[in-house]
Design a protein around this ligand. Structure first.
Ligand SMILES: Cc1cc2nc3c(=O)[nH]c(=O)nc-3n(C[C@H](O)[C@H](O)[C@H](O)COP(=O)(O)OP(=O)(O)OC[C@H]3O[C@@H](n4cnc5c(N)ncnc54)[C@H](O)[C@@H]3O)c2cc1C
Length: 388
């Protein structure tokens, strides 16, 4: 396993970095203050063809793997924009995965080119207020009509629902008591986020204000039968298929944010003089930064390892979960240490490290918590009895 990028991969990294460098720190600070979606950044990435990095070539994508997508998202998060930049495009990168794997040819043709070109944004409605991490217990219902389904229920934490015109939505189509397993009877739709039937309410939150998070109250949303992905009742299984790529990407994003924080801290530690010496001359400042550097490098190796396994078609659940866990924890520690290195100025917005800490926190919580990853490794790798 080597972190040495191929020539093509290095070219991806460099080109994406060049686009990101076109957006100054103040651009992100301003959007973090106003909560305005970073449309110019989104457009620059779409116009460069980057939204389709892992989508099939026949639908306008680049047909590359999760490895290349991870290199790209790591670079995006590392180069100033952090999670605000990554989340602005994240859904276009990983969201269409169930469509490209389980959608019909007609659906791929209808949806993927628009997502790749950035013609429309979509959001991802899985989490619900009353079921939390127990996705199989979700309560949003899709009931059969003559032409398709009608949906009633609630979603929470739906990212970009303020700016999206489409939603990837999971809902129960068969009551749990009539299913062999709790994960059966759930169906996946990609459909219009029709605001006549969906009340989208923004959630005020800790960080990443530029990329909105929402509660959605769904009241009688009609979904035509053409918008069902794959077979009715198999939606949860389709989602499971895209969990590993998402974990690899989120882990890579957290690693990028942590590395950005460490770079900023090392620069400040060289410049800031107290007691007639740069603060970075003190081991108390150096060692925690060195420790974070090693932890981030190790997490990055795991993320690239998981991506390589995925692209080779090898089972990578343990590695993808480990990459997300290690990346988020190392990223969080690095951002905390970057603030401590800056002393009081770490708390000031003008040094940009407090924003990184607020944003990296998301990678710890979503799409799955550290506790649930530890449960997964305990059960699936160590073969310990299920604890819940
Ligand atoms: C900024 C942000 C953006 C998000 N974007 C989206 C999105 O676009 N679409 C979407 O669908 N969701 C999204 N989410 C939701 C996110 O995936 C969930 O918040 C996350 O999965 C945790 O679910 P929960 O909040 O319901 O936590 P809960 O399920 O309520 O869990 C709360 C705590 O209890 C712990 N816990 C629960 N059960 C166990 C157990 N058996 N063992 C050990 N610990 C346990 C958890 O680990 C966690 O620490 C987003 C969340 C955030 C914060």
């Amino acid at each position: 396993m080597s972190m040495q990028l191929t020539e093509d991969q290095e070219s991806i990294r460099e080109t994406v970095e060049r686009i990101c460098l076109g957006f100054e720190d103040d651009y992100w600070l301003e959007h973090d203050d106003t909560g305005e979606f970073p449309e110019e950044f989104y457009r620059a990435m779409a116009d460069g063809g980057w939204l389709g990095i892992a989508m099939p070539e026949e639908f306008g994508g680049a047909g590359l793997g999760v490895t290349e997508a991870a290199i790209m998202m790591h670079t995006v998060a590392k180069t100033r924009g952090a999670m605000s930049a990554a989340s602005a495009i994240h859904m276009n990168i990983f969201g269409p995965h169930p469509i490209s794997v389980f959608g019909s040819e007609e659906q791929k043709q209808r949806w993927i080119p628009g997502l790749v070109q950035g013609c429309y944004k979509s959001c991802f409605g899985v989490t619900e207020p009353n079921s939390g991490l127990n996705t199989a217990a979700l309560q949003t219902r899709a009931d059969r009509t003559d032409n398709g389904w009608v949906v009633n229920g609630r979603k929470i934490w739906t990212t970009t629902a303020q700016v999206a015109s489409k939603i990837m939505l999971i809902a129960r189509t068969t009551p749990q008591e009539d299913c062999a397993k709790p994960i059966d009877g759930l169906s996946l739709f990609f459909t219009d986020l029709n605001r006549d039937y969906c009340d989208v309410r923004r959630i005020p939150k800790m960080g990443r204000k530029a990329v909105d998070s929402n509660e959605i109250f769904i009241d009688g949303l009609p979904i035509p039968k053409e918008d069902l992905i794959g077979e009715e009742g198999k939606g949860f299984r389709y989602l499971l298929h895209s969990l590993n790529p998402e974990r690899i990407l989120v882990g890579s994003e957290a690693i990028g944010i942590g590395q950005q924080a460490i770079d900023r801290a090392a620069k400040y530690a060289k410049d800031r003089v107290v007691f007639n010496r740069p603060i970075g001359q003190n081991q108390g400042i150096q060692h925690p930064l060195a420790e974070s550097w090693m932890e981030l490098e190790a997490a990055h190796l795991m993320a690239m390892h998981a991506a390589k396994l995925y692209d080779e078609g090898v089972e990578c659940g343990a590695q993808a979960n480990a990459a997300k866990y290690l990346g988020a924890e190392a990223g969080f520690k690095a951002c905390t240490q970057a603030i401590m290195t800056h002393g009081g100025m770490g708390y000031a917005k003008e040094f940009h490290v407090e924003r990184l800490l607020r944003e990296v926190m998301i990678a710890r919580i979503a799409p799955v918590s550290p506790q649930m990853i530890l449960n997964y490794i305990s059960e699936r790798v160590l073969e310990l009895p299920r604890s819940y």
